[in-house]
Write a protein that binds this ligand. Sequence first.
Ligand code: MG
Length: 154
Amino acid sequence: MRIGFGFDSHEFKPGIPLKIGGVKLQAEPGLCGHSDGDVLLHAITDALLGAVAAGDIGAFFPPSDPKWKGANSVVFIEEAMRHIEQAGYRVGNVDCTLVLAAPKIGPHAKAIQERVAKLLKVETSAVGIKAKTPEGLNLDNTAVAHVVALLEKA
Ligand code: MG
C-alpha cells in the first residue's frame, strides 16, 4: 500500500465557470488558474502522484507551457492514473476536504463523488467528499482542497 497527500488552492474570479471535481456547478464566481482551475482534481492528481513518489502536478503540466492553458483538469487525473497503474497500483480510496466560503458543497457532493469515483475507477463508497467554510482563515476569496489517497497493489 502507498499513501499520498495533495493540496491545492485557487482564487475566485467573476465571469468564469466553477468546476470542482470535474463537475461544472451552477454557481458564480468560478476559480481562476492556468487550467480550468479545478482545485479538487489538482489536489487529487498531486495525491496520486505523491503516493508513487512521482513528483507533482507542476512537473508534469508546467503552468509555463501554453499547452495547458484552459486545460480540462480531467487530463491531469488521467495522466496520474496512467502513472500509478504503470507503477503497479490502483486506487483504494480517497478522502477529500474542500475549504471554501461558497457555494455550499452539500447539494453537489453526490455529483462530485460520482464523477471522481469514475475518474479514479473506484466505487463511490471509496470517495469521501467533505467541505468546510474557512472560518477564521480570512480566505473567503479562495477555494482550498486537501486530499489523501490510499493506493493498493493492482
Ligand atoms: Mg491548481
